[in-house]
Design a protein. Structure first.
Length: 363
């Protein structure tokens, strides 16, 4: 039996009406200032287990009369999970009129029962030592346009990390072996160069992005130890047509000096190497790449498919010493505001999997 088209249209109208009460009306009204959307969603990750997250996303313009600069956005996420974890995060992209200045802020606060395997690929094949993570991080960055699409900026990278309730500490445990117990306080200044020709940051359809960010951590600026981090990222977006996009990501993070264990490079989070236990694979250097196919369906729906791989080592020349870490997955997209998606991703890694609930695309 065929369902009349009018019935289908009414169903969508009813759903739009319900979502509109939550602000997820897929519209932007500059007169309202920040246009907010609130949506809950489930997730399951190897480290957090089954949980419920809530995303509060807003889009706005610094100058409501500006019709050229892309929308600014701010998102708050909160979560609780069956492992006893809870936390919240914030991401803000502010584009000032004419896009000559940009202000980006990334922050998080969390309490998470988790595990520490040690440092390096071989350590990750053993048993973890359980502990509870208490952490806070804040990373603001101001960028100034140098020429078209090229930006230079400065920022601050701060974090505190405390490992509590360490499971059965003894002289041969993971924490003692790597001098990893206790508190860690990291504070550093950052300098960055970005080339950005993307049409919009939260859901790029075309363009390229390159970023080189160098961070210097030192007791002179409030850090416990002296170390440096160089993070490189390159993205390319190729539109196949109006509904299909191929997105490519190449990322690397390289740490040097007296690096605290919580500031080592990690393979696995909700943006890259999805499906891995965050923190299981860690070392000074990590590189990863991924290719994602993004499909826009009818109405507000869409989906993505991705494949990728990563490697880790204590130096760039040792990245090839261990087997590659593969990742594959699929995700669902639902547009809550123009160029702002809620994403539900199911990722598979080596001997682990994760289901992620987040705002905006992974890259």
């Amino acid at each position: 039996m065929m369902i009349p088209a009018t019935t289908d249209a009414m169903t969508r109208e009813e759903i739009d009406g319900l979502l509109g009460k939550l602000g997820a009306d897929n519209q932007y009204d500059a007169s309202k200032g920040i246009n907010w959307s609130v949506l809950p969603g489930p997730f399951y990750t190897p480290e957090l287990k089954l949980g419920l997250g809530t995303a509060i996303a807003g889009i706005y313009r610094v100058d409501p009369n500006d019709r050229v600069t892309q929308n600014s956005s701010v998102s708050f996420t909160g979560f609780v999970s069956s492992s006893g974890a809870l936390g919240m995060g914030m991401k803000n992209y502010t584009f000032f009129s004419g896009d000559e200045w940009r202000l980006f802020v990334d922050a998080s606060l969390a309490k998470i029962p988790t595990g520490f395997w040690g440092i390096g690929y071989d350590a990750a094949q053993g048993n973890e030592q359980k502990y509870t993570q208490q952490s806070f991080s804040l990373h603001p960055q101001i960028m100034r346009q140098v020429v078209d699409n090229l930006y230079a900026g400065l920022g601050w990278d701060y974090s505190t990390y405390d490992a509590e309730d360490i499971d059965d500490p003894h002289p041969d445990d993971n924490f003692s072996r790597y001098d990893a117990g206790g508190n860690s306080n990291s504070s550093g200044v950052t300098a960055a160069i970005n080339y950005d020709s993307r049409d919009v940051i939260t859901r790029p359809q075309h363009g390229q992005f390159f970023s080189a960010e160098y961070s210097l951590f030192d007791p002179a600026v409030g850090s416990d130890t002296h170390f440096t981090i160089l993070q490189l990222q390159y993205n390319y977006y190729y539109p196949l047509n109006d509904q299909d996009v191929l997105a490519f990501d190449l990322w690397g993070r390289f740490a040097r000096g007296d690096v605290p264990w919580d500031r080592l490079s990690e393979a696995g989070d909700d943006n890259r190497m999805r499906g891995y236990y965050q923190g299981r694979y860690r070392d000074k250097d990590v590189m990863s790449t991924q290719l994602e196919y993004r499909k826009k369906l009818n109405w507000r729906h869409g989906y993505v498919l991705w494949i990728g791989a990563g490697a880790l080592g204590d130096s760039p020349q040792h990245l090839s010493d261990n087997p590659l870490l593969p990742t594959v997955g699929a995700g669902y997209r639902f547009e809550v505001k123009p160029d702002m998606n809620i994403r539900l991703d199911l990722g598979f890694g080596k001997e682990s999997a994760g289901f992620y609930f987040q705002v905006a695309e992974a890259f």
